[in-house]
Design a protein around this ligand. Structure first.
Ligand code: MRU
Length: 350
């Protein structure tokens, strides 16, 4: 599935707000259209918004010519700042844009056309690396799941949310290919319904048996012993292993602990924020009241009802059984486990 592609100096992306009714693609040469798509969740999912922002920054200077070095740098910085302001929680966004900024700094003084090409090369690299990270996560994660597994997942963490096959959903799909999945339960994921609109759509396309539940049915399912593992993604992971993910994730983790169900998080290392010590420092996005006072355009609360719509919550690391990254499986204490994985990478590049 090509959720986002660079094609002939344009970006083509799938508008996820239209799913599952229609598969509509948008083609644009304007980074502001990308920024707007991220803001309104037409492009969403932590890894995918990083990839889209990198392509957006490349678009901003695609037709630059002349030899005004500082104008070029300013144009990229302005686009990067606008793209970065779209959503605050997923660290992949600033992670990808910082890679772009590094290329801008390193290419200073080179011909403008070459600088522009370097930016595009970096955006492609971010995309390609994410695809590869999804493969590794899927492979490592599938190994964690038992035979004839029944899994509960939240939000959407598949091909629609990444540059590849997905993170949490990627490992479920890989386990299915290995014959290890009996059934997948999908939380509908109020209020924007990423579970019912997107995850059910992806699993349906692949023929993986699934059942949709309301978010508030999860406890009952666990009480009935119908869930063997819960697998979710992440938008930002603090260096101590606290995880920010779609609102409702924390509640699931508490329920998992109460019912002795393993609670597994899957994410690429680009989602780990080394600069913060705990989840308390993660900025949590608040969405517009209308996203919960209306359902598909219809008002479901009296006019003037106060609403509070946090898009994410933070799950403390003590509730997490394992975090699967593209380098393998981490268990508490997470800081040490992440460090060991980083050392692995550094050694490999030395
Ligand atoms: O608001 P969204 O739809 O962008 O939220 C997405 C999630 O919370 C995902 O679980 C997370 O980004 C991981 S996607 C691989």
């Amino acid at each position: 599935m090509n959720v986002i592609v660079w094609d002939n100096d344009r970006v083509r992306f799938l508008d996820q707000t239209r799913l599952p009714q229609e598969e509509q693609y948008v083609v644009t040469g304007d980074y502001r259209v990308i920024a707007d798509a991220i803001r309104r969740l037409a492009i969403r999912g932590a890894p995918l918004i990083g990839i889209a922002a990198a392509y957006g920054a490349a678009l901003a200077v695609r037709n630059s010519s002349g030899d005004d070095q500082s104008h070029f740098t300013k144009q990229v910085e302005q686009a990067a700042a606008e793209l970065e302001s779209t959503r605050p929680t997923a660290v992949n966004l600033s992670w990808a844009l910082n890679r772009i900024r590094r290329v801008v700094a390193e290419s200073e003084g080179q011909p403008i056309a070459d600088r522009s090409s370097s930016l595009l090369r970096e955006a492609h690299a971010i995309h390609d690396e994410d695809r590869a990270m999804c493969e590794s996560i899927s492979q490592f994660g599938a190994g964690l799941l038992g035979e004839a597994s029944t899994i509960l997942t939240h939000c959407n963490t598949g091909a629609l949310a990444t540059g590849g096959r997905g993170t949490a959903l990627g490992m479920i799909v890989r386990a299915w290919e290995l014959g290890k999945i009996k059934h997948v339960y999908i939380d509908e994921t109020r209020p924007l319904l990423q579970g019912s609109r997107l995850t059910a759509w992806e699993l349906g396309k692949m023929g993986i048996p699934h059942t949709l539940i309301t978010d508030n049915a999860a406890a009952f399912l666990m009480q009935q012993r119908r869930v063997q593992s819960i697998v979710v993604g992440a938008d930002r992971i603090a260096s101590n292993g606290d995880v920010a993910n779609k609102i409702g994730t924390y509640g699931l983790a508490v329920l998992a602990a109460a019912h002795s169900v393993p609670f597994i998080v899957a994410a690429p290392r680009s989602t780990i924020d080394w600069d913060i010590k705990s989840g308390a420092q993660i900025p949590i996005e608040t969405r517009a009241d209308e996203e919960i006072t209306r359902v598909v355009g219809t008002r479901i609360a009296p006019n003037g009802t106060a609403a509070y719509a946090p898009a994410f919550d933070v799950t403390p690391h003590r509730l997490i059984t394992a975090i699967v990254t593209d380098r393998g499986i981490c268990r508490a204490p997470y800081r040490d486990a992440f460090r060991r994985q980083q050392r692995l990478t550094v050694d490999k590049h030395d």
